[in-house]
Design a protein around this ligand. Sequence first.
Ligand code: NAD
Ligand code: DAU
Length: 352
Amino acid sequence: MILVTGGAGFIGANFVLDWLATRDEPVVNLDALTYAGNRENLASLEGDARHVFVHGDICDRALIDRLLAEHQPRAIVHFAAESHVDRSIHGPGEFMRTNVEGTFTLLEAARAHWQGLEGEAKATFRFHHVSTDEVYGSLGPLDPAFTETKTYEPNSPYSASKAASDHLVRAWHHTYGLPVTTSNCSNNYGPYHFPEKLIPLIIANALAGKPLPVYGDGQQIRDWLYVTDHCSAIRAILDAGTPGEVYNVGGWNEKPNIDIVKTLCALLDELKPDPAGSYSRLITYVADRPGHDRRYAIDARKIERELGWRPAETFDTGIRKTVAWYLAHQDWVAHVQSGAYREWVEKNYTAR
Ligand code: NAD
Ligand code: DAU
């Protein structure tokens, strides 16, 4: 079996659902159920004995030691993190705790466990660290896309905490020989994306007739990847990745934010027309994010060359599926828009 951390969040839940749909190998899913973790994401696994959910914190060493001893996973896939850049600007403390101390705690537990293994079990054990393209910093309009050898230039508390975690993972391989792999992925989108992030926030606000907030001039560029393509990339790395190696994962889909917002408005106009007119009337430019990175772009040629991975979705197919999913899951959106969610929206947008 495999141990997944953060498997009740956006990408983690998609990964667990995808894994159990494509592989017949059980998953132990360790998640602290922060505001971003939601057991509803895993509701379709209710009663499936291949999924063992553990409510707990990756900073709890005794718990991780117990899980490793009890379940003897052949791999750890580490998603758990604080993931929202704007939240890291308002309060970086939790990012340092989970992303840095949490990764350190997991690495130490994994090292102790792995050192006690023998033969085939020791040779095939893997620790896969899920990271982000944001560690590489911001690109100018003509700069080449990020390769795996790009210098680290993290600019936000979030990306700095992820960069720190990447460095720990690298060092645990270099010093102790722990068989780690790391993936640095671009912006994901798709089902179960928490509506604090651009795409689900725009869909939710549009359907509620609320302003669609575009930071700054809206010309910042992100490289979008449909979430199940990220899941298949991680599976490919687990299957055939080389310990100690880093793989960049991206969708070859660079888009300015304002284009994303306009595309979402057009799709909603088509799929759920608003009698008041086009949703684009709600687009509202607001104050920029402090330190806002201008452009990210991933060069995903290494993972294609070495592991044969390519995204299956184009942006057009992925974004249409995503809008359709949100229209069909309005109850899911309503459930996550709790009191805590409303407090966050007030904190981030009212004073802008
Ligand atoms: P998310 O915020 O939706 O989910 C994070 C999950 O981790 C939640 O279920 C939460 O409860 C859990 N968690 C948080 N702190 C924890 C702790 N101390 N112990 C145990 N569980 C804890 O995040 P996401 O968007 O699904 O991102 C998952 C991973 O992928 C993160 O490491 C993130 O840095 C990385 N990543 C995300 C993207 C993206 O576009 N969302 C892109 C590249 C990389
Ligand atoms: O690049 C990978 C990263 O992508 C991940 O590591 C992060 O975990 C993930 O949250 C995401 O970070 P971004 O900051 O790029 O995502 P977000 O959805 O918050 O914002 C996308 C872009 O849209 C960014 O340029 C900021 C802008 N934006 C965002 C929000 C929430 C707006 O213009 N308005 C908004 O209201």
